[in-house]
Write a protein that binds this ligand. Structure first.
Ligand SMILES: Cc1ncc(COP(=O)(O)O)c(C=O)c1O
Length: 393
């Protein structure tokens, strides 16, 4: 007898990640013999720095193969707390290790926070475009997403006025991501402060995803909510090692949040994954504490990203009137598609030119397209030339 699968209400509306879907289509075309350049990816194409690999091997040799505390090894949480305390510059009590939860990728920190903070009947303000997983995470918590379209005249960023315009009596919090995936826009300190002040005044939680914070071009590092927030009482800062240190596969992220919330997230995590992989925590510890080597590695990667970004912009300049968000952080170019149909243009680029990009519909903005420059410079350049070639005259 067949047994039909009926998804539970928890996942009734869940969609597979559109970015992963593009990569899979690109892989399928490649397997069929087509030459495909993948500008759909969201991960650095660099090798993990050697000192981090050596630290990981040394940790394994020293027996780092067993469970750790659910919220992570103490020296890693202490290093993360110390870095956060430094950013607070004495504005409040030092951030303690008890306010840090180490997670399996920053994705789990975001999932922990959304699930613990929001539930049925709650509204969550979602700046749009937004990274693909936020909407699904809020949906898994069975809370409502309230889309807040970003201002096209300001890098598609949201302002306090826009947030206020969309707020409801049931609003419990907002998601923020700077530097932004998919736009590459960066909120400056004043913009972050204004949003933080509004959230504090309205009693909203702020979940600030700062995973691309070290990948910026016009400043050494992106401003963090930790730099500007008057209070940390309503703040969850999420970060991790994946993007800055080319460590996507290690799966280490973390949250910095008030102690009671951190305890609740740890309790949730104790029933899902327990601790993040032990040897990966030691790898992240090396990235966070061997700062001279880490800074040099980050600087080299950012310099290469910058060269690719500049080359890409130079080629795209051939398209008159192209609407391109100023790419000041992360490794994405976000532009409005010809005719305002991002899906049609992404499909044309893949099928006719062999270039994989992500249609803006994945991020809630169907007129736009995201191209990643986390690919070899020659591939980025070929991809950009193909975009110019495919652009209607
Ligand atoms: C904005 C944003 N947040 C979080 C993540 C997840 O990163 P991690 O590998 O740390 O789970 C990504 C990865 O693409 C991202 O782009």
């Amino acid at each position: 007898m067949s047994h039909p699968f009926v998804p539970s209400p928890n996942v009734a509306s869940i969609k597979e990640s559109a970015t992963i879907a593009v990569s899979q289509r690109a892989k399928a075309l490649r397997a069929a013999g087509r030459s495909i350049i993948d500008l759909g990816a969201g991960e650095p194409d660099f090798d993990t720095p050697a000192f981090i690999l050596e630290a990981t091997k040394a940790a394994l040799d020293a027996g780092a193969t067993r469970y750790t505390a659910v919220d992570g090894i103490a020296p890693l949480r202490e290093a993360i707390a110390a870095a956060a305390t430094h950013r607070r510059a004495g504005r409040d009590a030092p951030v303690s290790a008890g306010e840090v939860v180490v997670t399996t990728g920053s994705k789990q920190a975001l999932q922990n926070a959304t699930f613990v903070l929001f539930g049925p009947g709650d509204d969550v303000l979602m700046p749009v475009p937004s990274w693909v997983s936020y909407v699904e995470m809020v949906g898994i918590a069975r809370a409502n997403v309230i889309a807040v379209p970003g201002d096209p005249s300001c890098g598609l960023k949201v302002t306090p006025a826009l947030l206020e315009r969309h707020a409801t009596p049931s609003t419990r919090g907002l998601m923020l991501n700077s530097p932004s995936n998919p736009t590459g826009a960066v909120y400056d300190a004043d913009e972050l402060r204004a949003i933080s002040d509004l959230a504090a005044a309205r009693g909203w939680w702020v979940i600030s995803d700062e995973i691309y914070g070290r990948i910026t071009y016009s400043m050494p590092e992106a401003p963090s909510m930790l730099d500007v927030a008057a209070t940390r009482d309503n703040l969850v800062v999420v970060n991790g090692v994946a993007k800055a240190y080319a460590m996507t596969g290690f799966r280490i992220g973390w949250s910095i949040a008030p102690r009671a919330l951190s305890q609740a997230m740890t309790a949730l995590q104790s029933h899902t994954t327990s601790n993040a992989a032990t040897e990966s925590q030691y790898a992240a510890l090396a990235a966070m504490t061997r700062t001279a080597e880490a800074d040099a590695a980050v600087a080299a990667m950012v310099a290469e990203f910058r060269a690719r970004r500049d080359a890409a912009r130079g080629i795209l300049a051939a398209i008159p009137g192209l609407e391109l968000i100023e790419p000041d952080g992360a490794f994405y170019l976000f532009f409005k598609a010809p005719g305002g149909d991002g899906t049609a243009f992404a499909t044309r680029l893949l099928e006719s030119e062999g270039i994989a990009v992500v249609p803006g519909a994945a991020f809630g903005t169907p007129e736009w397209v995201r191209a990643s420059y986390a690919a070899a410079r020659s591939d980025v350049e070929r991809g950009m030339r193909a975009i110019v070639h495919a652009w209607p005259a």
